[in-house]
Structure formats: structure tokens, C-alpha cells
Design a protein around this ligand. Sequence first.
Ligand SMILES: NC(=O)c1ccc[n+]([C@@H]2O[C@H](COP(=O)([O-])OP(=O)(O)OC[C@H]3O[C@@H](n4cnc5c(N)ncnc54)[C@H](O)[C@@H]3O)[C@@H](O)[C@H]2O)c1
Ligand SMILES: [Zn+2]
Length: 250
Amino acid sequence: MNSEEKIELISQKIKEAKKITIFTGAGISKASGIPTFRGKDGLWSKYSASELATMNAFIKNPKLVWQWYNHRRKLIKQAKPNAAHLAITKIENLFKDNFTLITQNIDSLHKEAGTKNIIELHGNIFEVRCMRCGKVYGDDKIYQDSEFVPKCSYCKKGSLRPNVVWFGENLDRDILDEAMKKSALCDVFIAVGTSGVVQPAASLPKIAYDNGAFVVDINIEYSAVSIYSQETVISPAQDTLEAIIDKLTK
Ligand SMILES: NC(=O)c1ccc[n+]([C@@H]2O[C@H](COP(=O)([O-])OP(=O)(O)OC[C@H]3O[C@@H](n4cnc5c(N)ncnc54)[C@H](O)[C@@H]3O)[C@@H](O)[C@H]2O)c1
Ligand SMILES: [Zn+2]
């Protein structure tokens, strides 16, 4: 099947679907200028994950980790949603309450693109969580450019940490359960820009596949998701999703 025929088939499946779930990874934000974790221009070729994105690192060197997150927040703040994020919002508008977006990204670009029903599996880099009272909030005046780890504005004692899932940490149980449910219940499941190797997120396409969904993998190369996909489209996400939304709105 050539890519034109694949787009036609996927669009047809979407038209027939009652419920749709889209699952995104770092690849969807690449065209917005945010580096992915894997690949030669990935973030970790410059920084070591074990040095920075772990609880151990934060305990050992809180100031270094905090400043690295300041740096990442600054970079991400400059980024704008790209055509792929915007196409997903258009798909949500067609499906309304029968649409779910599950993202591994922490960059808020889906929200900025106007998508509403979002499950953020790995948290959000613009939020903080108090290590003492557990409160999660996003008032960046508290921590913007702070050189040191700020104290919680609620309990006044706890240290704030970025509200993201670090290496070696578990995902929030309720959030993961909801994501699994939305993967098992949909008719069409589309994975976009994910290598499909970070667990447990990577199990979601298989859950969809095992429960009867039509699974699509959109990536610039074959990924671990391709194994559980009825269709794989090897092309940048922004091009593929724009072509799909064109067919859907024609
Ligand atoms: N933007 C972000 O928020 C961001 C950035 C880096 C890492 N992360 C974190 O990294 C972890 C990584 O797993 P992952 O699977 O999301 O990312 P990953 O880095 O493992 O994989 C990215 C995938 O995107 C593909 N890709 C690159 N450009 C693409 C494009 N234009 N169109 C389609 N596909 C493209 C690559 O081939 C690769 O398979 C997650 O835990 C996530 O929280 C998030
Ligand atoms: Zn607190």
C-alpha cells in the first residue's frame, strides 16, 4: 500500500470509529524545536539522565537539577505547537467526548494547541509538587528563575520538585489506570512520535491492539509500536496528521 492509500484507509477507519485515542511521544514536539530523548540530537547526548532526572540526583544536588529544569522550562516556553498538535485538536473537535489524548510529553504543547481531554502520563514541567504536603500547582511566579529549590507556598516547609515522573519512579496509579481504560475501549488508537520503549506507557498500544482497536503508528522510522499496528506511516507526524485531517473534513 502506498502512503496515499494508507492515509485513505486510516481516515476511513477514523470515520467509522465511535471512540478514538491518540497517544503521543517526544517526536510530535520535535518540529516545535524540543529535542527528543533518543536519537543523535537527543537531550541526553548533552546531559546524562542519571545525573539529572532522578530522585537521587535531586537529593544529592538539588540546585543543579533545579537549574537544569529552569533551563528546560525556558526552552520549552519558547516553543509553539506545530501542525501535528493542531491537527489533533481538530480530530478532538470531531469526536468531542469520545476522544482521548494520552501524552508522554511534559511540554504543555497539546494544551496550548487547544486539545482539552488530555491524560499527561509523565506530568507537566510547568507544575511543581511539594515533597512534604503533596500539593501540585503551576504558579510559575514562585519558582521562575529561582536559583535554589523553592519552598512550598502552602505548607511553607516542603521543598518543591518538578511535577514530572523521573527515571525509576512509578506513574500515578489513577492516571495510568485511566490511560489503560481509554486504550482498551477505543476503536482506533493512533501512536504518534513515540519510540515505544518507555514502560509502562509503551504497553498502551498493545492493550489497544489486544482489545480490538485499529492501531496506527506514525513515526519517521519503525518503532516498537509498529509490531502492534495494523498500519505504520513512516513520515513526519505533521505531514501525516494534516493529510488525515484534510480527508476527514472534506
Ligand atoms: N517534548 C517533551 O515533553 C519531551 C521531550 C523529550 C523527552 N520526553 C520524555 O521522554 C520519554 C520518551 O519517550 P518517547 O517515546 O516520548 O520519546 P523518544 O525520544 O523515545 O522517541 C521519539 C520518537 O519520535 C520519533 N520522531 C522524531 N521526529 C518525529 C516526527 N517529526 N514525526 C514523527 N515521529 C518523530 C523518533 O523516531 C522516535 O521514535 C517520555 O517519558 C517523555 O516524558 C518528553
Ligand atoms: Zn507543601
